[in-house]
Design a protein around this ligand. Structure first.
Ligand SMILES: Nc1ncnc2c1ncn2[C@@H]1O[C@H](COP(=O)(O)OP(=O)(O)O)[C@@H](O)[C@H]1O
Ligand SMILES: [Mg+2]
Length: 500
């Protein structure tokens, strides 16, 4: 039978022969001396009683036996378990307590009932240069892959520009003499299709918009150390209702600017005086003098040419990142920058009131301490911006130097501390980069850190860039942010030092 016989091997040409036929000679490798394969170290299994053979006694290994409760076990045998956070979201770096990778996924944490986190907001504290911004930039960049987009509400050092350009987005530049204007009193998407809204819906939206505007004006007036009480609130509220046309039942609301608001208060109409229940014009002017002066000085000063007209920028909400560069304001001082941040905050909140489902966004407020330092009213306005934010799908990130930035210079009254604590409660994830020893106390009083955790922040975290104590709800993690080489380039902020 030949049918089942082995077929003669077909001899084809191999690659060198094939190439040789066409006149190409492949270089040959020098023959390497044959190496002996390493012996397999696990060729034989050893039984539970140990290796047997001449000279060996078959006996169980002398293991000591201990009996204890599960509460005592970790003391004798400090088992290091995994972090307990699921590996979802952005991989940040190394969790040094477990040795595993650390992932940050604020919205994922909120939706997971096993993690004690109820809001996706993040506050980052740390001494300048400890890597706060770099960690946040890396987080934003790594979340892009999960469909998140980033919005930088005020880049006071233009340090997000390399990141924007790497993502092929040109940041907006806000500064005197530049065309970009942002109107903090813009309606945002809530003002769309006003004419076709049902009365109840129009009223609901009106309440949201007016609440935001009052919060903004309160923060701005408060930054001039002028009180903003019910008298001022009524005057501003009514002036806005008249100017927008809401009071006269207009089907299309008119957008107002801050100079228009100031003019309406400074030259009150009979209608405004009557609605605010003043006897006459003189009475109105006397009662609102400090308010008008504070707004007037802002209109002519810090806001002039920046936040005093209708918005001229068109934000592309489909772009992976959008940023507003503010470094041009730096020479004007901390207060002017703080006021600009307050305006941008309010505008940013308006823009995010309504968003398409699935529009996940990371809203970054770097250098928030400048706004915090404006005083309790500015703090309240920041607090309200986070609180009023209707969008649970936004991860809001605040960056500041130290917890006491939230207390205005020297103001450690219980009210100021209460406002600061309130704001901290709105951020269930806290990232604590290195701090000096002098700040240890406030870590305890304002953040409730134990002495051991304080030491991690003032010692370990302070000794390296990107090191931070992460508080996720009531759990703590000691994390080293690991940056890739391109990220190191995009987050580099020491250009000025290097040039020097
Ligand atoms: N995890 C890290 N590894 C290496 N370098 C880092 C890390 N974090 C920050 N840096 C570098 O340190 C410098 C200061 O960081 P930055 O984020 O600007 O500090 P901060 O915002 O706290 O003032 C930057 O040049 C940055 O590239
Ligand atoms: Mg920074």
């Amino acid at each position: 039978m030949t049918g089942f016989g082995r077929r003669p091997a077909r001899r084809g040409r191999d690659i060198p022969a094939l190439l040789g036929d066409f006149g190409h000679d492949l270089p040959t490798l020098a023959a390497t001396p044959a190496t002996r394969p390493e012996p397999d170290p696990f060729s034989r299994l050893v039984s539970r009683r140990g290796p047997t053979g001449p000279g060996r006694a078959a006996a169980l290994a002398p293991v000591s036996v201990w009996r204890m409760t599960s509460e005592q076990t970790p003391v004798v045998w400090p088992l290091i378990a995994a972090s307990g956070l699921p590996p979802t979201g952005a991989q940040i770096g190394i969790d040094l307590l477990s040795g595993g990778a650390f992932y940050c996924d604020p919205i994922g944490w909120v939706t997971d009932d096993d993690i004690p986190v109820t809001n996706p907001n993040v506050v980052v504290f740390g001494k300048p240069g400890r890597g706060k911004s770099a960690t946040v930039k890396a987080f934003a960049l790594r979340m892009l892959g999960y469909g998140y987009r980033a919005l930088i509400l005020g880049d006071t050092k233009d340090e997000y520009e390399p990141l924007c350009r790497a993502l092929e987005v040109e940041p907006f530049v806000v500064g005197h003499g530049l065309p970009a204007r942002v109107n903090p009193l813009a309606f945002g998407p809530l003002g769309h299709n006003w004419a076709s809204l049902a009365a109840a819906e129009a009223q609901r939206r009106e309440a949201i918009m007016f609440a935001r505007w009052i919060v903004l004006i309160r923060g701005l007036v408060g930054s001039q150390h002028v009180p903003f009480g019910p008298v001022e609130e009524t005057a501003v509220g009514e002036a806005l209702r008249i100017l927008t046309g809401y009071r006269s039942g207009a089907t299309r609301l008119t957008e107002v600017t801050i100079p228009q608001l100031w003019a309406a208060l400074d030259q009150p109409t009979g209608q405004l005086v009557a609605i605010c229940r003043y006897a006459d014009r003189r009475h109105f002017l006397d009662a609102t003098r400090t308010l008008r002066d504070a707004l007037g000085s802002l209109v002519k000063g810090s806001l002039a040419g920046l936040f005093d007209d209708h918005t001229t920028i068109a934000v592309d909400w489909r772009a992976p990142i959008q940023s507003l560069s503010l470094s041009r304001l730096e020479p004007l001082g901390d207060q002017a920058v703080g006021i600009a941040l307050t305006c941008l905050n309010s505008w940013g909140q308006a823009m995010r009131e309504i968003a398409d489902p699935g529009d996940l966004r990371i809203v970054i407020r770097d250098e928030t301490w400048r706004q915090m330092r404006l005083g309790p009213e500015a703090m309240k306005s920041l607090d309200a911006n986070l609180r009023l934010s209707r969008r649970d799908a936004d991860v809001q990130i605040l960056l500041a130097h130290k917890p006491s930035d939230m207390l205005t210079a020297g103001d450690t009254t219980s009210q100021a501390v209460a406002i600061a604590r309130d704001l901290l409660h709105l951020c269930d994830c806290k990232i604590l980069h290195g701090q000096d020893q002098a700040v240890a106390d406030e870590l305890g009083t304002l953040l409730g850190l134990t002495p051991l955790a304080q030491q991690v922040v003032t010692g370990w975290a302070n000794a390296g860039k990107g090191r931070a104590l992460w508080l996720v709800g009531d759990r703590a993690f000691q994390v080293q942010t690991v940056l890739t080489e391109p990220e190191l380039r995009l987050t580099y902020t020491n250009d000025a030092l290097k040039a020097g």
